[in-house]
Design a binder for this molecule. Structure first.
Ligand code: SF4
Length: 383
């Protein structure tokens, strides 16, 4: 069989589905959200699985279900508690969207998870992939769930040359999936696709020799697996440079600043950051090289103080504690971490917090890394 999906006959489609579903029955992964067809559990797992590996998600999933066992519990949860449970998973807008959608379900659907693709799509944070996954798995609706894994499998199966990075290619994959998806077991079919994409038809070195759909796969027959999927290069993340101030007061409290309500890391607590340009970043690296400076200066603050946070009266340690890098999908943060002691009340909005109370705060990854740098330095000081 070596032809596009348009030319598959009904009996070829049937054979393909039977082979593929039999493989799924035998090999399916035992995952906690697969124990039943509860749409709430499926929804939470699908949102967690975006950008995150299955192994990582499992523990988070259990904890989330324990804290918020129902849609109602999620809808009324305090945001801080929700983000704390999500801490470490990243992409925190996912958690906020979950809660916004839970509130929508309480208000617009009388607390019952909606049962049509259109209604599911109307929920905040749910796109075509997630709507396809929930509707097919929970309600057996014949709706494809197409993500990057599935596009890879389908592009190889039919040697589809459309660029998967382009939104316009989606209709092609949608059409192909609608041709082959099982009408009677669409949920299992979609999950079989997900499993195959993550375990066998992997981005590099697909294991074609054990693939259950090998005999149907056009790329395999033509030995062109490595050519698919066609994907144009992503733009590189933009570099952004910061200095971070770990500022301590006389009560041994450290200053934290809350980020604004919208945008990246909204409402999270971080040490205060100040953006600088790339050239200044390099200069500071040279000027405050930790190998060259080690003294805590309490001399003339105005003259000795570096130029960042210049509107604050802080006596800075004349060395970089460490450098932190963190990549978001579109940005790469570079942070030089400095330590200072406040010489007068700060004029930045924020709060003084005892380090013992840090565990009560939601710290995103860059903040966790900065804290690690600080703690390592404290440990060094004690050596
Ligand atoms: S035969 Fe190979 S390339 Fe084709 S679907 Fe299976 S693993 Fe992927």
């Amino acid at each position: 069989m070596s032809k596009g999906w348009e030319n598959w006959t009904a009996s070829e489609v049937e054979d393909f589905q039977a082979d593929f579903l039999m493989w799924y029955q035998q090999e399916k992964r035992n995952l906690p959200w697969r124990y039943n067809q509860d749409p709430y559990r499926i929804w939470i797992s699908e949102i967690m699985l975006q950008q995150t590996r299955v192994d990582t998600v499992i523990d988070y999933f259990y904890r989330f279900m324990e804290e918020f066992p129902t849609i109602q519990d999620l809808a009324k949860a305090p945001e801080d508690k929700l983000l704390k449970v999500w801490e470490g998973l990243g992409y925190y807008s996912r958690a906020r969207n979950l809660q916004a959608a839970a509130k929508q379900i309480m208000e617009d659907f009388e607390g019952e998870f909606p049962t049509t693709v259109e209604d599911i799509r109307s929920l905040k944070g749910i796109g075509p992939y997630t709507a396809g996954a929930i509707s097919s798995i929970a309600f057996e609706i014949t709706e494809p769930a197409i993500d990057g894994n599935v596009m890879r499998v389908v592009s190889r199966l039919f040697c589809i040359e459309a660029d998967i990075a382009k939104a316009s290619s989606r209709t092609i994959f949608d059409e192909a999936m609608r041709k082959i998806i099982s009408q009677t077991q669409p949920g299992d079919f979609n999950q079989a696709m997900m499993d195959l994409g993550s375990s066998i038809c992997t981005p590099t070195n697909p294991q074609c020799e054990v693939c259950p759909i090998q005999q149907y796969c056009q790329a395999y027959q033509e030995n062109r697996q490595a050519e698919f999927p066609v994907k144009s290069k992503k733009q590189k993340p933009k570099d952004v440079y910061y200095v971070a101030g770990i500022i301590e007061n006389q009560q041994q409290e450290i200053f934290l600043k809350k980020r604004s309500e919208t945008g990246l890391l909204a409402n999270m607590w971080l040490f205060p950051l100040e953006e600088i340009n790339a050239a200044r970043y390099t200069e500071l690296q040279e000027q405050y090289d930790p190998a060259a400076w080690d003294l805590f200066s309490s001399s003339n603050v105005a003259e000795d103080s570096p130029d960042f946070f210049s509107d604050q009266e802080v006596i800075w340690q004349k060395k970089i504690l460490g450098e932190v890098k963190h990549v978001f999908s579109h940005l790469r943060w570079h942070i030089l971490v400095f330590y200072g002691r406040s010489a007068a009340p700060l004029t930045i909005d924020g709060r003084w917090v005892k380090p013992d109370d840090f565990p009560g705060y939601v710290f995103p990854k860059p903040q966790q890394k900065m804290l690690e740098v600080f703690e390592n330095n404290l440990a060094d000081d004690k050596d």
